[in-house]
Design a binder for this molecule. Structure first.
Ligand code: HAM
Length: 430
């Protein structure tokens, strides 16, 4: 037997327990997202949390997400495995493996892991929801995808959100631009911090979205991306922007938006919140990807998608005071003063009839049970005393916030109870 720990176990650094009611609020967010995605013709896909390390190495040898932050280890048989740092690579791996009919429009939700320095809004285990589409190059799809991300946030009631859009051009454009940026910053090397010099060597484009103010003037004078876009990529981008204007999604062009993963080409975008800390203000992001299907062993396939960070979206909702996520309250709370059998039987009967009901175990006085009934948020208390029991009736008493002030309590026959509860204004179908 192992000894009991001297200190109680705690969740790992950067990994959080999500307790009620927050867990229910997450699920409500997920349900809304799922409904919106399905209205747009996306079907749900679910892929493993654990994959061969190689699946994620394709995200970019130059990205921190892959080189520094990935949880990876050798399996008992020696295979190198990794916990997914994002969902896109797994979805594209599944696409290559199963070769579904194209276009493949899917939505996906799940947990991702990054060994980052934890802080508010930045965790080592976090949830994402998003979509991926494979097999369509049409810029109007970019509009659909960006609009879906935008609308998902707007539907939660978020107002302080900025949509940043950019186009990184095609593979060759991006490569030429990267070289130009590398040469430019190499000439300024001595003005860069040590970390920035390292970034310059590994992934010069990332210098463009550096947050260090001293770098600002140098970034402003850096080569401009627009000059490196091919005519085709530029036309694609123009069509995306025109589409966003047409459907009324407000955007800000952000020529320095490079994003943290290496697989992007053409359209890239990010949604930031003005209501939370600037260091973690990205609620989501995405774009078209370059060569991901090929890198995972498939045929060249156009792909685009985005992910929203659920944890951060909820922080933004808190900051803006929207989407409190309060679920529908219970229909009834049974207060049994006759020993508990009535509570046992009534709750079962109501639930079987599709109503929601709870009760207090261990009995207690009328006063104490009523206190629990109030706290439960139920619409009514169903009181069963000796008198009601004899008469085959239940006293139905409206609770606080549900007409307790003007609603008279009344006696209802047990066989009429389900109908009486369904007729209450606060009743939701479950
Ligand atoms: P990403 O920008 O790395 O993109 O992550 C998307 C969102 O996940 C971020 O905007 C943020 O809200 C959330 N997020 C990322 N890291 C953390 C963290 N450590 N703690 C809390 N939230 C976090 C992707 O993951 C791409 N796969 C998006 C995509 C899909 N591109 C194309 N398709």
């Amino acid at each position: 037997m192992t000894d009991a720990p001297t200190e109680p176990f705690r969740a790992l650094t950067g990994m959080r327990d999500v307790l009620p009611p927050e867990a229910g609020r997450r699920r409500a967010l997920l349900a809304r997202f799922a409904a919106a995605a399905e209205r747009a013709g996306y079907a749900e896909v679910s892929v493993p949390v654990l994959e061969e390390l190689g699946v994620f190495e394709r995200l970019g040898e130059a990205t921190d997400v892959v080189t520094k932050e990935m949880y990876h280890f050798a399996d008992q048989d020696g295979t190198e495995l990794a916990l997914r740092p994002e969902l896109t690579a797994g979805v594209v791996r599944a696409f290559v493996q199963h070769a579904p009919t194209q276009p493949w429009k899917v939505w996906v939700a799940g947990t991702a892991f990054r060994r980052e320095r934890p802080q508010r809004g930045r965790y080592r285990m976090f949830d994402q929801v998003g979509v991926e589409v494979l097999g369509v190059d049409d810029p109007d799809l970019d509009v659909e995808v960006v609009a879906l991300a935008w609308q998902a946030l707007a539907d939660l009631g978020l107002r302080d959100v900025t949509l940043l859009v950019n186009s990184l051009g095609d593979h060759e454009d991006r490569a030429r631009y990267t070289e130009a940026v590398r040469a430019y910053f190499a000439s300024l090397r001595s003005a860069l911090s040590e970390a920035e010099q390292d970034t310059l060597d590994r992934n010069p484009l990332r210098l463009l979205d550096s947050k260090r103010p001293e770098l600002g003037p140098m970034v402003a004078a850096a080569p401009s991306l627009a000059e490196y876009r091919s005519d085709e990529a530029a036309a694609h981008y123009e069509r995306v922007l025109a589409g966003l204007r047409a459907v009324g999604v407000p955007y800000t062009e952000a020529p320095l938006l490079v994003r943290g993963l290496d697989y992007y080409r053409r359209t890239t975008f990010e949604l930031t919140s003005g209501a939370i800390d600037a260091a973690q203000n990205a609620l989501g992001g995405g774009g078209r990807y370059d060569r991901l299907a090929e890198d995972l062993g498939g045929r060249p396939t156009d792909g685009i998608g985005f992910a929203l960070g659920v944890d951060r979206v909820l922080l933004a909702c808190d900051a803006e005071g929207v989407f409190d996520g309060a679920g529908p309250a219970l229909d009834a709370f049974v207060v049994d003063l006759t020993g508990g059998e009535a509570a046992r039987d009534l709750t079962h009967e109501l639930r079987a009839a599709g109503l929601s009901a709870d009760r207090r175990f261990g009995g207690g006085s009328m006063r104490s049970q009523m206190k629990h009934a109030d706290r439960s948020g139920a619409s009514v208390a169903l009181i069963v005393g000796e008198d009601e029991l004899q008469a085959g009736e239940v006293t139905l008493r409206p609770l606080r916030g549900h007409g307790a002030d003007d609603g008279e309590q009344r006696r209802v026959r047990r066989e009429d109870l389900v109908a009486a509860l369904r007729a209450l204004p606060a009743h939701h179908d479950h």
